[in-house]
Design a binder for this molecule. Structure first.
Ligand code: NAD
Length: 483
């Protein structure tokens, strides 16, 4: 156990705290008796100080030399990449993602910063002829101002990175609040940023609860935009408050992503996509496939092969090299997974394998990935986001039925199809309502340099990542000038 207590980063330094400060213990879900690190929680007052610091730093940062921003982002990205193994191990300890995936996540975070280092120097803006004689028009973008960034626990370093990097790149100041379950990766990132050459006040990080720290950020009149990733429930509250405060908002929320498998599919490709998309990262990905929609001829063969592979998965400590699936993030999420297994059974679905709390002497939150068949579209396991490794298989007659079933959800983040038919894959790509579509690939697993986001109840506002991120982090100015 580490005895040093860590704290929030405000106005260029890590704040000192009193002995009476509310403390947060970050525990390892593979072994909950292990405290990864301890943190002093920020309160409303400190949050207001951070927002004020960002506001004061905003004018100079908005006008800053793009080379300064590029160099700072490059420094951050390079250090993350150099330390990806160490940062990955920390992430695995606090969130439970297996080491290989956790290192991959750290690498992705580093690559996001490197991408936006380049982006800071890229040309932008348009020139138009006017419909009036002797008038010229320039259209260009300016920084939005001070951005509140609120992140979930399931990607402790990649999601903060893909929000913070474009925010800073386009000249904005940041007040960042990570999820309370994963403060260690956020602190490590803040520590790197603190040495990057970014001036005091430009970047601030607050460790604390959503209901106080998060709420203060959302309600502050000094915040110009909010980039949030998390549950639909919290997202809706934030959207309402943002509308009242006339703030720009970007929300990435839940999913209930379908993976369609057609009779003509390559069985191995289908099994791999279903296994990876549904169960890797312990099913705790917003892009995870939780609905497998399968045509009748391939159904039994696919279920048999998938069940065999699922039973063979090694579930255990995230740091063990032989582990395929790490623990669920905490006891609450474990209880939620188990409740949904009960709902599935009560509603008449057939549990082919898994769905159990695997008791281990460490007390880790281990849960065996659950595969349900005989599912009907009205069942809760088929409709609601569980956010765990619970997969519902729906049997359908043909592509048309499969497509209609895939679309039958209020969410619209990611959708996949496994087929060798060009006709059906093209139709699916063009007509799916999801923001991201995968052909012969798992629904989860995306690149860092292209737009990320969904439709419907999954997302609100413009896309994250890549050059499209500019749309959220800037505002457009149209300037007319008499020649
Ligand atoms: P959550 O909504 O409980 O929390 C997300 C963040 O919001 C946390 O930092 C939390 O402290 C903060 N928060 C909570 N209440 C708040 C309030 N009233 N005001 C301001 N901030 C508040 O979500 P979670 O459990 O951390 O994450 C899981 C959810 O995130 C799942 O629904 C998942 O689908 C979603 N998610 C979506 C994407 C995506 O890109 N669409 C990616 C990852 C996760």
């Amino acid at each position: 156990m580490t005895s040093k207590i860590k704290s929030s980063f405000v106005d260029g330094s890590f704040v000192s705290y009193d002995h009476g400060t509310d403390l947060l213990e970050n525990r390892n879900p593979s072994n909950p008796s292990e405290v990864v690190e301890r943190f002093a929680r920020a309160d409303k007052l400190l949050t207001e100080r951070a927002i004020q610091a960002a506001r004061s730093a905003a004018p100079a940062w908005a006008r800053s030399n793009p080379q300064l921003r590029a160099d700072a982002l490059d420094f951050i990205g390079s250090e993350i990449l150099q330390r990806k193994e160490e940062l990955g191990a920390l992430l695995a300890r606090e969130e439970g993602k297996v080491l290989r995936e956790a290192i991959g996540e750290a690498e992705r975070a580093g690559r996001s910063f490197k991408f936006y280092a380049q982006e800071a120097l890229r040309a932008e803006g348009e020139k138009y002829p006017s419909v009036r004689d002797d008038v010229g028009i320039d259209v260009f973008t300016q920084p939005l101002g001070v951005i509140g960034i609120i992140a979930p626990w399931n990607f402790p370093i990649a999601i903060p990175a893909w929000k913070i990097a474009p925010a800073l790149c386009y000249g904005n100041c940041v007040v960042f609040k990570p999820a309370e379950l994963v403060p260690s990766s956020a602190w490590a990132l803040a520590e790197i940023i603190s040495r990057s050459g970014v001036p005091a006040g430009v970047f601030n990080m607050l460790i604390g609860p959503g209901r106080s720290v998060g709420d203060t950020i959302i309600r502050s009149p000094e915040i110009d935009g909010i980039s949030f990733t998390g549950s639909e429930h919290t997202g809706r509250q934030i959207a309402q408050l943002a509308a009242e405060g006339m703030k720009k908002v970007q929300l990435e929320m839940g999913g209930k992503n379908p993976l369609v498998v057609l009779d003509d599919a390559d069985l191995d490709v289908a099994v791999e996509a279903a296994l990876n998309g549904s169960f890797y990262s312990t099913g705790q990905r917003c892009t995870a496939s939780s609905r497998l929609i399968v045509t009748e001829q391939i159904h039994d063969r696919l279920v048999a092969a998938l069940a065999e592979k699922t039973r063979a998965l090694t579930i255990g400590d995230a740091l063990n090299a032989s582990t395929n699936v790490g623990p669920v993030v905490d006891g609450r999420q474990l209880e939620q997974n188990l409740s949904y297994v009960r709902f599935g059974l009560e509603e008449g679905a057939k549990l082919v394998c898994g769905g159990e709390h695997l008791h281990h002497e460490s007390g880790g939150f281990f849960f065996s990935p659950a595969l349900f068949t005989d599912v009907s579209p009205k069942m809760r396991i088929y409709r609601e986001e569980i956010f765990g490794p619970v997969l519902s298989v729906l049997k359908v007659k043909n592509y048309e039925e499969a497509f209609a079933a895939a679309e039958d959800t209020p969410f619209g983040l990611s959708a996949g199809i496994i087929t060798t038919s060009l006709k059906h894959s093209e139709h699916f790509k063009r007509n799916s309502s999801a923001g991201m579509v995968m052909v012969n690939l798992a629904t989860a697993g995306v690149d860092y340099h292209v737009p990320f986001g969904g439709n419907g109840a999954s997302s609100l506002g413009s896309r994250e990542q890549g050059t499209h991120a500019r749309q959220f982090f800037t505002r457009v100015k149209t300037a007319y000038q008499l020649a």
